[in-house]
Design a protein around this ligand. Sequence first.
Ligand code: LM2
Ligand code: CA
Length: 467
Amino acid sequence: TPAAAPAGAEGPIVHLFQWRWESVARECEDFLGPAGYAAVQVSPPQEHVVLSGEGYPWWQDYQPVSYRLDQTRRGTAGDFADMVDRCRGAGVKVYVDAVINHMTGTGSVGSGPGSAGTEYEKYAYPDLFGDGAHGYSRQDFNVGECDRDIEDWSDPWEVRTCELVGLSDLATGDDYVRDRLADYLNSLVGMGVAGFRIDAAKHMPPEDVEAVVDRLEGTVPGWDRPPYVYQEVIADGAIGGGEYTHIGDVKEFGYQGRISELFAAGDLQAAKGLGEGLLPSEDAVSFVVNHDTQRTHPVLTHRTDRDRYDLAQAFMLAQGYGTPKVMSSYDWSGGTDEGPPSSADGTTEPADCDGGRWVCEHRALNGMPGFTGEVEGAGVTWLDDGSAAGRAALERDGSGAAAFNASAEPWTTVLSTSLPDGDYCDVASGLVEDGTCTSQTLRVSSGELTVTVPPEGAVAVHTGAVL
Ligand code: LM2
Ligand code: CA
């Protein structure tokens, strides 16, 4: 079978970090589909360690015990399958966070039953699929090559062979390991999972990631396309994202750092150049924060400046660099390790966007993902005169126009566009539902569009949301 083609722009993704499967399913139907999201990234679905002594931190999920889906903090295998079906019914693909570089670490619990009851200890995972047929033992890890943590991050061999924060590092160069990883991922593809975020891709040689991706089924049932692959590569002097772009897309941390700084500083004029010097747009996944950076490098997050952060995510959805990925978080007051709202046994509560700790930033972006999809491939023309650092407006040629205001005063301006005359719904603050706009309607007349952009807000129209 041919390798899964490195897919190009896929449409906007939202990461519903730590959401229960049944909550994701409901959100696909109620909001994500209507708002125009192409896909939802869900948290790792495989059996994980359970760290009751540490208050069930969110990062339990990044320590796999087996590839069973039966029981995680987010629900059962049945709940997971139902989510994939219901999201597909709503036109939303499910992308899975695939933890394939490692299994468990040392941590507070070095052994025990995992979330689905499978016994394990570090370097020994006897039953990967719940049928007793396959396991990992010491020979399937890099312990013989390097039996310690990564110390010299300037040495690519070490970054890829030694242990990342003490996590047992799989021998991804071996066919046996590659086959098991492909068994896991293909079991998900068989259910209709349409893509994968490859966790810690930088910690695997590109040829190892490629060997696993080459083993993927060529077509996702119900979508008639190969699985989409995007890789977590935090590029540095030793390892570049370009080493992985022939396999699939790569998360562009350069974009993430730059958009955070520019929007925190309110420099929208400089933001016009975002993307220059980075990975080619068609190879990149763009984002403002992810679940790690919001904790470790909180330059611009829902906690530092909510309105400005929303504006940055809206700008990313309009600007056209990369495949944009929106973050949807839960808040933490008990420290960066704190898990999502949970019951006493560490089972996650259903997500609730009407108050509480689920932040639901994606809801504040309204119909902007639909803008991204509609203007796909269209060129960018800047419409503002460049006179105000905190204000910028653009046209995506012939298909959309948007204005952004990072200041405390409303901004009224006339945008000269090439959009067809007509009445458009402002998708920065609403969407079209049953033929009506839930926000303001804006008229384009002789190509001119007069907008008043609210303080710390945006206005956006596109040819897919006309009335
Ligand atoms: C990632 N991308 O490449 C994830 O985005 C990131 O969230 C993961 O780290 C990491 N790679 C490994 O999959 C998280 C978390 C770590 C946590 C690990 C494993 O940020 O803090 O490490 O998951 O659960 C934890 C402890 C650490 C300990 C380790 C092993 O925080 O102190 O190291 O477990 O027991 C001894
Ligand atoms: Ca590795």
